[in-house]
Design a protein around this ligand. Structure first.
Ligand code: S3P
Length: 448
């Protein structure tokens, strides 16, 4: 199991290039695979999660080809045109691959078998299986609707109106992708807006999608069975990955780090609001207006002697920064005062039980956290936490990266085991961090 050590760094400075947005990359591949003709994708994240989606789409009969670094060409099968795979689709660690592809397959009249790694096999799929059954699909899965599972898509799918019981963009996207091959209008209602990359991607491909918003509640209606044609797609850098070098700069005194071309979709920028409230200087360079998704450069500068201050993070913000709690909790460990983060129930069913992993890791590093129900409370160390621990990432890339960032600013180094999982979303993380001046290395290299 790969181990990495992260120790006290001198100031971090320079420009970090962060790979493509994971959510947008999955959607670019999937929607391209359902289009007629060729789509060209630039800036695709070549992390294991997205490669799992690419391989699965290939097994389903689309032509998915890498033509250069981050540059891919996809020849789609047309809406409803995917073919039955002759082997099990293994989606590795990727919940997005499993849930979005389940949606696609839910309205293809074929049978497919899906599985994944130990983490993915423990995650709930019923949240997607249930609405798909309502559309006519058959999903047979292990107890608790977990992988491995078998899906036989509906031959005559029926449109539904579905209110999301959990604020999940993956569930919303699965239904919208199923709706693409369903006659009539399917409506998904989300009581709290979640990331809208699927809506934007489908619209980019010419799909008829209407969004009605009343008092924060969004109703998304898709008219199904269109012909869609291949398009060019440009994927911005992932704000969820940028968060790691960005927050590192806020914790290591004297640091100043820039990250260009970051996706700044407002459904993803909750962390920036938190950091602003904590007194951090995060500069946002002008967003490029002509892209399908809002994009801009981010500049992170250490806030100076007073450091960060604790904040109260409301539950309403959770869907807009759901993947950023591990790194926000690390930032909170250095802040003055007690930070309270509310409405985090969904963190229990991510790549790991993130509430438990964050609280356990911080506690081991000498910080005082508490996970109470769906809330996470972190007492800032008002200075450098002790560190000097080994933390198991538990198949969770964001837990691994968050604790490696913690190690850069603690009194003693932090060792993370199971760090290979970082490749699922941020291949090149160690090189990007060390390029800024961090010292993250495998124990042998560090010892030698
Ligand atoms: C994602 C949505 C989020 C997020 C995941 C990617 C997506 O999950 O945690 O990393 O691409 O739609 P949920 O929608 O289940 O909260």
């Amino acid at each position: 199991m790969a181990m990495l050590d992260s120790g006290s760094a001198g100031r971090l400075s320079g420009t970090a290039r962060v790979p493509g947005d994971k959510s947008i990359s999955h959607r670019a591949l999937i929607v391209s695979a359902l289009a007629v003709g060729e789509s060209r994708i630039d800036g695709l994240l070549e992390g294991e999660d997205v490669l799992a989606t690419a391989a699965a789409l290939g097994a389903l009969g689309a032509s998915v080809e890498r033509i250069g670094p981050g540059r891919w060409a996809v020849r789609g099968a047309g809406v409803g045109g995917l073919a039955e795979p002759d082997t099990v689709l293994d989606l590795g660690n990727s919940g997005t691959s499993a849930r979005l592809l389940l949606g696609v397959l839910g309205t293809h009249p074929l049978t497919a078998f899906l599985t994944g790694d130990a983490s993915l096999r423990s995650r709930p799929m019923g949240r997607v299986a249930e609405p798909l059954r309502g559309m006519g699909a058959t999903v047979a899965a292990r107890e608790g609707d977990r992988l491995p599972l078998m899906v036989t898509g509906a031959r005559d799918p029926v449109p539904i109106e579905y209110t999301l019981p959990v604020p999940s963009a993956q569930v919303k996207s699965a239904i919208l992708l199923a709706a693409l091959n369903t006659p009539g209008e399917t409506t998904v209602i989300e009581p709290r807006p979640t990331r809208d990359h699927s809506e934007l991607m489908l619209r980019h491909f010419g799909v008829d999608i209407a969004v009605a918003e009343t008092g924060g509640r969004r109703a998304i209606t898709l008219r199904g069975q269109p012909e869609i044609e291949g398009r060019a797609v440009s994927v911005p850098a992932d704000i969820s990955s940028a968060a790691f070098p960005g927050v590192a700069a806020l914790l290591v005194p004297g640091s100043e780090v820039e990250i260009p071309d970051v996706g700044l979709n407002p459904t993803r920028t909750g962390l920036l609001e938190c950091l602003h409230e904590m007194g951090a200087g995060v500069a946002i360079a002008d967003a490029a207006p002509d892209r399908a998704e809002p994009v801009g450069g981010l500049g992170f500068r250490h806030p100076g002697p007073g450091g960060l201050r604790a904040i109260e993070v409301p539950a309403e913000r959770a869907p807009r920064m759901i993947d950023e709690y591990p790194i926000l909790a690390v930032a909170a460990a250095f802040a003055q005062g007690t930070t309270r983060m509310h409405g985090l129930g969904e963190l229990r069913v991510k790549e790991s039980d993130r509430l438990a992993a964050i609280a356990g890791g911080l506690q081991a590093a000498g910080v005082a956290p508490a996970a109470r129900g769906a809330a996470l409370i972190v007492e800032g160390a008002a200075g450098r936490p002790p560190g000097g621990v080994t933390i198991d990432a538990g198949h969770d890339h964001r837990i691994a990266m968050a604790f490696l960032v913690l190690g850069l600013a603690c009194e003693r180094p932090v060792r993370v085991t199971g760090s290979e999982t970082i490749d699922t979303s941020f291949p090149g993380f160690v090189a990007a961090m060390n390029g800024l001046g961090a010292a993250i290395a495998a124990p042998d290299a560090a010892d030698g």
